[in-house]
Design a protein around this ligand. Structure first.
Ligand code: ADP
Length: 567
């Protein structure tokens, strides 16, 4: 019995030993294979990288640096964190363009045609761009100054820059600078930081894939600065043709040549661009569009672009002129055409659904259909006051989003001679209000106001709408007129708008942004605007269709305004 048991035990043991041996050997073999495989894999990876580096034909010192880093990469185990960091760096070196260029279009007529084909109107703007490009083509190098397109949103700044790239046959990249506060966002972080990245300029260059793209620096007026350094100083280096051949990025650790890049900047508001940067730039201002310009842009560009973007056949979608005008007047209120563009997109999508769902041949949108597609109108036809009232006057303001109307309300009640200002008034407007009140007090008799009213009542000035004007003082005449109207209990003609600052003696001083303000007045349904005499020279900038429907009266003194406006 025990003998049998012994034999069985022996056999089992032998089997187990055999299995264990096999298992052990197999595991060992696997480990060796893995080790070998990893090594082989890494070796082929290094070989591949090396080929890429050589093929890239980097400048000599960059290639040497890349090779040095490659060697370090090879000596580190794949699992180490540093190995990953070096790998990312090497990939970046290989992805950056070092000498790849696109060949410029040198036929200025073709460039001009390209700009004309993408943008309606904007004659002066296009002319200046073409002159700029002509100098560039003639001298075969980038002009000393950088183009900066300044204007409200949606007036075509970005798309013009894209067209310039197309006209020159260059690649296009865009980097937004809005909210960039830290210098390292421009120049990158040192590689010693975890998760370090190159700066926005070199990231843009990587996307561009060539050393001579058109590079759009968007929203240059929204650059900030804080304790981490001033990004505009770094940007100055980027834009300076004397320095930008040797641009240094902390991540790259080596200098990079930006001298062939054609930089173009955009901004909403000129006043917010840091002064040293502004000095480097050739400013081209774009202003708001009038209704007629918007209509033409829609008919010639926006509608067809949306139809094509959605893959619809041009024959299957149409919209009447009246309906287009209704969209402009009652569904959008903007300086540019961005919202309008979106509305066409939305109409095209809805039409596609109808064509597919209801098996229709085509969709034609008439004036009466607009409500069914887009809901109730968002804006009433005019924004002006709807009736003549006491103490309510329409001023005109220039904000970073274009011109706007700026109603001012004044009322007074029993009190002790206090003076209250409410609404979103900037400091400048507060001073205008003080000056207006002083003018009214010192001319009370002439204006038919009893002096006692200042002692026995409190005066309250309110600016209901939030738009804070950007053009400095220009509400003086509006506030003065509103005070006089309230205190004399005379109604104000609600079809008249006005703009201008006043001196204590009542002289009307010139203002900025007349073109924008007149377009806004026109948009809001005003019939007359009163402007400072010294702004007469700016009348030529005002679009003809605005001049045709708006009476513009230049005045020298506030008395002329009061006589005309108060009823
Ligand atoms: P911005 O950069 O000034 O905010 P965009 O360039 O983004 O404005 O323009 C918004 C849209 O309006 C784009 O689709 C652009 O093509 C169109 N657009 C603006 N102005 C014109 C114009 N004059 N002609 C044709 N399309 C225009």
């Amino acid at each position: 019995m025990t003998q049998i048991e012994n034999e069985i035990n022996m056999t089992v043991k032998a089997n187990i030993d055999e299995n264990q041996k096999e298992y052990y050997l197999r595991e060992k073999m696997k480990a060796i294979q893995e080790e070998l495989g990893d090594k082989v894999k890494k070796e082929s990876d290094i070989e591949e990288l090396k080929e890429k580096i050589v093929a890239k034909k980097m400048p000599k010192h960059i290639e040497e640096k890349a090779m040095y880093e490659l060697q370090r990469y090879g000596s580190l185990p794949a699992s180490s964190g540093e190995s990953g960091v070096i790998r990312t760096y090497l990939d970046f070196l290989v992805d950056l363009p070092w000498h790849e260029v696109s060949i410029d279009e040198t036929d200025i007529n073709k460039a001009e045609k390209a700009l004309d084909s993408t943008h309606f109107g904007l004659e002066k703007v296009k002319e200046r761009i073409i002159e700029y490009l002509a100098v560039k083509i003639l001298t075969e190098k980038n002009p000393q100054t950088i183009l900066c397109l300044v204007g409200p949103p949606g007036v075509g700044k970005t798309s013009l820059a894209q067209s310039i790239a197309k006209a020159l046959n260059r690649n296009f990249v865009k980097q937004s600078l809005g909210g960039v506060k830290d210098e390292s966002e421009i120049r990158g972080h040192r590689r010693t930081y975890l998760g370090a990245l190159p700066g926005r300029i070199l990231q843009g260059m990587k996307k561009a894939k060539v050393v001579n793209p058109v590079f759009l620096l968007d929203e240059i007026d929204k650059l900030g600065s804080d304790y981490k350094g001033d990004p505009s100083a770094a940007l100055l280096e980027v834009l300076d043709p004397e320095q930008n051949a040797n641009f240094s990025d902390h991540y790259l650790e080596e200098q990079y040549d930006l001298s062939q890049v054609l930089f173009i900047a955009t901004a909403n508001y000129l006043g917010n661009i840091p002064a040293p940067l502004r000095d480097r730039m050739e400013i081209i201002e774009l202003s708001s569009y009038t209704e007629i310009e918007k209509f033409n842009i829609a008919q010639e560009h926006l509608i067809i672009k949306q139809i094509e973007a959605h893959g619809l056949d041009e024959k299957k979608f149409s919209i009447s002129d009246e309906a287009v005008m209704e969209l402009i007047r009652s569904y959008t209120r903007e300086a540019g055409v961005r919202q309008l563009d979106r509305l066409f997109g939305s109409l095209v999508r809805k039409s596609i659904k109808i064509i597919l769902g209801d098996k229709k041949e085509k969709v034609s949108i008439e004036l009466d259909d607009v409500k069914d597609y887009l809901g109730k109108p968002k804006f009433s036809n005019t924004k002006a006051e709807t009736s003549d009232q006491v103490g309510v006057v329409t001023g005109l303001a220039y904000t970073q989003y274009g011109g706007d109307t700026l109603p001012v309300e004044v009322t007074y009640y029993k009190g002790s001679g206090k003076f209250t200002l409410t609404g979103k008034l900037g400091d400048v407007m507060k001073e205008s209000a003080q000056a207006a009140l002083s003018y009214v007090k010192s001319n009370a008799e002439k204006l038919g106001i009893d002096m006692d009213v200042f002692k026995e009542s409190d005066i309250h000035i309110h600016v209901p709408e939030g738009a804070v004007p950007k053009d400095g003082p220009s509400a003086g005449v509006t506030i003065t007129t509103a005070i006089v109207s309230a205190l004399t209990n005379k109604k104000v003609d609600h079809f008249i708008g006005m703009t201008g600052e006043i001196t204590l003696r009542g002289r009307v001083l010139p203002i900025g942004g007349l073109k924008e303000k007149s377009i806004a007045a026109h948009r809001s349904g005003l019939k007359t605007i009163m402007i400072p005499w010294d702004n007469k020279k700016d009348l030529e900038d005002i679009p003809q269709d605005v001049k045709d429907s708006l009476e513009i009266i230049p005045v020298e003194s506030i008395e002329e305004i009061i006589l005309k406006v108060l009823k």
